[in-house]
Design a protein around this ligand. Structure first.
Ligand code: ARG
Length: 588
């Protein structure tokens, strides 16, 4: 589909070359205007070039604007403020763009300029423990980012790096062998494992004998003794089956679920290699990586990769994991989606990886000319309760995801019953599921991920405001227009709009053609909330359009044009919500 921003950018570039030969700027940047009064798109290029060359910005802007050849695309080009160049698109071109977008199977989402292979490491809960709020956010965010990356045709590999190995298994296996409640295990295995761990670890702190038994179990597991391995497997399997239920409910899927244990056999060799390459060294009996030259990391403790007693650590596993993804999967980029508490951990992993990749003879990369993948830690803030403290249940326990989703569906059901009592029981339940789960996901994803947010049932389920129910309802409303008119929903079969004359039509159309750009903007810095904000704005513009412009009752050619706008809005809402991992329904 025609890319308006690059057309404008190219035109600016030629105009600049004409009026200011030898300027140093490469690609003039163009962005959509936030305030429609200024125009549809704007550029600050004249200000940048003027500043670099000691010229008067407004005058330069005026000469550049005068040299632009854009009569076809723009009805008006203006210079504003300190030297912005503002563009107003021609309504006829907007109509043509809408037609193009409607016919495009991707609805205006262009392919990435350089498609990459991106690994998304997200969710990654620990076996034998319920997912906590941090895992929930990681699950929503990671799943959405994978969907966005696929939408622009990157190759995406999703990997659930579950914590299924570690010192806690000594206590767990001991607890499993001595005090398992089989009934409880059947009802809620993860809760039962949590109880076992809690009890054994409490007892261990008082009782030398328990401590010793747990220690022996851990050693037996590490030595690969069949009985211990079997219990460990059982615990992992039951926990994963429990997680899988949640993922299915959430519509989240993974290409791989290579937990920490998968890398266990390669840890000794990774440590040996890092020592041989001079990246890790012995320090007080342990093996550590020091970052003495790193301005940020030099003041933190070194990164330990083997303890004095020979045990390996979380960091060791992450280095082995990175090698697998770089070497076997040939990843170009890896996103690690975890909460901000792991910031130092990943800074150290990334810094160690730089050293490792730079060392001749390393096994990290597949070949000497291969490059280290781009490594990015995608952090997020906390979810707060009404008291502005990290969210907890009334009894002070962490919130369980399954309970949260149950409550969301129950509350959504009440809202739907009130809104449309005529709906069949089955349709009501289906709608409650989509609305409830969608609302919880959306409440999370519509926030700038770096910020904490307050979890508030009334707000996230409201039918007004920046919520999933509002957006889903906008979609439902459009679908019902088509049902009422007895019109098949396929936009491609509608004639392209020859006219868009009403203000509200134009405002809606201008927002629609920004969809593809917004999807790309999300990926620049992994911020799905930019699309949420876009969809909300799109819906409010749709509302205004629908209030002021009759659709089914309008005469041609308006009727056809408006139906096309309706249909395209519905498709963008559906596709956009889909990128956030949120489904739509046809009726509610
Ligand atoms: N299991 C870890 C936790 O619960 C998260 C793992 C994140 N991924 C990674 N490669 N370290 O905190």
């Amino acid at each position: 589909m025609t890319d308006v921003r690059s057309l404008l950018s190219q035109a600016l570039s030629s105009a600049l070359d004409a009026v200011c030969p030898g300027h140093a700027l490469t690609v003039p940047s163009v962005s959509a205007c936030h305030d429609a009064r200024y125009g549809d798109y704007q550029s600050n290029v004249a200000m940048l070039v003027a500043a670099a060359g000691n010229l008067a910005p407004r005058e330069l802007a005026a000469s550049v604007a005068g040299a632009l050849r854009l009569e076809d695309l723009c009805a008006k080009v203006e210079v504003a403020g300190p030297g912005f160049i503002n563009f107003h698109l021609r309504p006829s071109r907007i109509a043509a763009l809408i037609a193009e977008m409607a016919a495009d199977p991707h609805n205006g989402i262009a392919s990435a300029a350089n498609p990459r292979r991106i690994v998304v490491d997200f969710s990654s809960p620990n076996t034998a423990k319920a997912m906590h709020v941090g895992h929930i956010r990681s699950t929503f965010l990671g799943d959405a980012l994978a969907r966005f990356a696929r939408a622009v045709r990157h190759e995406v590999i999703t990997d659930n790096h579950v914590g299924d190995w570690g010192a806690q298994f000594g206590m767990l296996i001991h607890g499993y062998n001595t005090r398992l409640d089989r009934e409880a295990e059947k009802r809620d295995p993860v809760a039962e494992f949590e109880r076992l761990y809690r009890e054994v670890s409490q007892e261990s702190s008082r009782n030398e004998e328990t401590r010793e038994k747990a220690r022996r179990e851990l050693a037996a597991l590490h030595a690969g003794e069949a009985e211990s391995v079997e219990v460990w497997k059982k615990i992992a399997e039951l926990s994963l089956a429990e997680f899988e239920k949640l993922y299915r409910r959430l519509g989240v899927r993974f290409d791989h679920c290579l937990g920490e244990s998968f890398y266990n056999p390669s840890l000794p060799e990774v440590v040996a290699e890092l020592r041989r390459l001079g990246i890790a060294e012995e320090s007080e009996g342990a093996i550590c990586v020091f970052f003495r030259e790193d301005p940020v990391l030099k003041d933190a403790a070194p990164m330990m990769i083997r303890k004095k007693d020979g045990a390996f650590l979380y960091a060791t596993t992450d280095l082995a994991t990175l090698r697998h993804r770089a070497r076997e999967w040939r990843a170009d980029e890896i996103l690690y989606v975890t909460d901000a508490r792991q910031k130092l951990h990943f800074q150290q992993i990334f810094a160690a990886a730089e050293k490792w990749a730079g060392a001749p003879g390393n096994s990290l990369l597949a070949s000497a000319d291969a490059r280290l993948p781009r490594l990015r830690h995608i952090v997020f803030g906390s979810v707060l309760g009404a008291d502005k403290k990290p969210i907890k249940t009334r009894s002070g326990d962490p919130i369980k995801l399954a309970d949260l989703l149950d409550e969301a569906e129950a509350r959504a059901l009440k809202i739907i019953e009130k809104k449309n009592p005529a709906l069949s029981a089955e349709a009501r339940r289906a709608a409650a599921r989509v609305l409830g789960i969608g609302a919880v996901k959306y409440a999370d994803l519509c926030q700038n991920r770096n910020l904490d947010y307050v979890f508030d049932w009334n707000k996230l389920l409201a039918l007004q405001g920046n919520t999933a129910p509002y957006l889903i309802y906008a979609y439902v409303r459009i679908r019902s227009i088509f049902r009422q008119g007895g019109i098949a929903p396929l936009g491609q079969t509608l004639p392209p709009p020859s006219v868009l004359s009403h203000d509200a039509e134009l405002a809606l159309a201008k927002k629609l053609i920004q969809f593809g750009d917004t999807v790309h903007a999300v990926l620049d810095d992994c911020r799905p909330h930019l699309l949420a904000g876009y969809l909300y704005e799109l819906s409010t513009r749709f509302s205004r359009f629908y209030e002021t412009c009759p659709v089914l009752k309008a005469a041609e050619p308006d009727r056809g044009a408006r139906l096309l706008l309706c249909d395209l809005t519905a498709r963008v809402l559906q596709r956009g919500l889909g990128l956030l991992g949120i489904e739509t329904i046809e009726e509610m």
